[in-house]
Write a protein that binds this ligand. Sequence first.
Ligand SMILES: NC(=O)c1ccc[n+]([C@@H]2O[C@H](COP(=O)([O-])OP(=O)(O)OC[C@H]3O[C@@H](n4cnc5c(N)ncnc54)[C@H](O)[C@@H]3O)[C@@H](O)[C@H]2O)c1
Length: 279
Amino acid sequence: MRGEGTSMGRQLLKDQTAWISGGASGMGEAIAALFAQEGARVAVADVQEERGQAVAERIASAGGQVFFSLCNVTQEAQVRGSLDQTAARFGGLQIVVNCAGIVHVGPLHEYAEADWELLMGVNLKSIYFSLKHALPHLRRHERSYMVNIGSVGSLISQGLTPAYIASKHAVLGLSRSIALDYAVDGLRCNCICPGITDTPMLRYHLSTTPDPDATLAARLRRVPLGVAMHPPDIARAALYFSCDDSSGVTGTSLVVDGGYIAAAEWETTTPTQFMRNPS
Ligand SMILES: NC(=O)c1ccc[n+]([C@@H]2O[C@H](COP(=O)([O-])OP(=O)(O)OC[C@H]3O[C@@H](n4cnc5c(N)ncnc54)[C@H](O)[C@@H]3O)[C@@H](O)[C@H]2O)c1
């Protein structure tokens, strides 16, 4: 464990422990940082060791209680080990955030079976593993929380990402199902559906197009706020679902997309306040 406590934030997660998959990058990194700032003890679980260690060091140097746990979420034994290690190290586990995700771009008929299996393993099966192996720990607490990162692709489709869209629809369905079956244990389970969010994943996805800047600009014209979401926007939604601010909320989803899926057709032609003054 590095660092002890923090004077920042509202301490909404004081005395809570959170395990965050995909914590080494993008949204997961922002969630880990915000949760630590709010007083949680945080496990950054990821397959990227160097990056994950660096995230843990940054959080610790800001005063957070954190450690990096090397974990490939497609491997059940590793998920179990990482969750057990987190609970042992911090004396319990109340919050599980499933944020690890990958995207595969291409038409379905060109997928190798391994591409399909890997994507479903990272984006979907990992949630089954984390629920199964976190449950003994979560049950020891009166209240516990699972937050799954879906996508606007949990609700609508987009071109050339069939497995991703299928996996994210399933993440929402699975979140609803978990909410029903484990309410008896004090668990609330919810799903966040981010829109276009500026992370390494988005940059990778754009890099598969002939002109990434033009692709991004065209996509952002479809967003009423006119801007990409930033990882802290998603982290604040995760915080809401992981504390009493959302008491009574379970089995639902929160779309954080700048208005992207509010309209079937939309073109932002006038600069918005959000474009002029990004927060
Ligand atoms: N960026 C977007 O526009 C966007 C939009 C909607 C939903 N999402 C979802 O948000 C989540 C976070 O994505 P991001 O945009 O921050 O991407 P990111 O690539 O920055 O972060 C994803 C993290 O998942 C980790 N990961 C991948 N495979 C793993 C494995 N097998 N085991 C453990 N960790 C693994 C990566 O190492 C990385 O740290 C994903 O579930 C993604 O599908 C992203």
